[in-house]
Design a protein around this ligand. Sequence first.
Ligand code: BGC
Length: 271
Amino acid sequence: MAPATLPSLKDQVALVTGASSGIGAAIARAFGAAGATVAANYRSSQEGAEEVVRDIVAAGGRALALQADVSEEDEVRRLFDATVQAFGRVDIVVANAGIQQDAAFADMTLQQWQRVLDVNLTGQFLCAREAVRRFDAQQADPRISRARGKIICMSSVHEVIPWAGHVNYAASKGGVMLMMKSLAQEVAQRRIRVNGIAPGAIRTDINTEAWATPEAEQKLLKLIPYGRVGDPEDVAAAAVWLASDQSDYVTGTTLMVDGGMSLYPAFRENG
Ligand code: BGC
């Protein structure tokens, strides 16, 4: 058997949404380090995205920060236009941008429900649809990748774990899962791969409350068999692999990156 090699994204152009912080920023940096040219999308934190771009460029890579709200059809089209204008093509799209707006169910406003669905689910639909259109329209280049294009949908353990107090978020991620699988089924013959990543508890701004104090962290660790809170780099490593040819035979699947959170840890000594 040939020795294992590191996954490479050399000469590929990757668009990462929500790349100004957290998981998206780590993915953008890891893609840059793996040789990809990176379009780092942000909605409001230009500063965060520019910092990611600076890091990639300082390490010898190519990157650009691009503003767009992924829940707006025109802005998504503009985002892809700007990416292709700057870099000539797009090979990898990570639909990562996501938000939480938590509320007890009876108190959840229609606006809270709608905004979370708009960003987390419709935003991924708009980005994935634009990705498929661009992949279909451009010349595939087997020298840089066996696939015509690759889409990674950022999901969550809450695509399968129900989550009281976060019904809008869980509904959006459940939707992401079946959108991803149905799309993967539809476009596989065109050699477009579509996969999801389901992070568990990762140390980012979205869930600071859940890990920032030692008490909160202890409580959270009860849900994580592997015994540590995840880092954005844990998810980024999975994204590099899913975007690379090393996963060329993988499509329509969710990779759980959760330290075992989805293994029903409460059942270890019970049931
Ligand atoms: C959520 C986090 C949460 C984690 C595990 C993620 O999808 O965004 O807030 O800590 O799931 O429950």
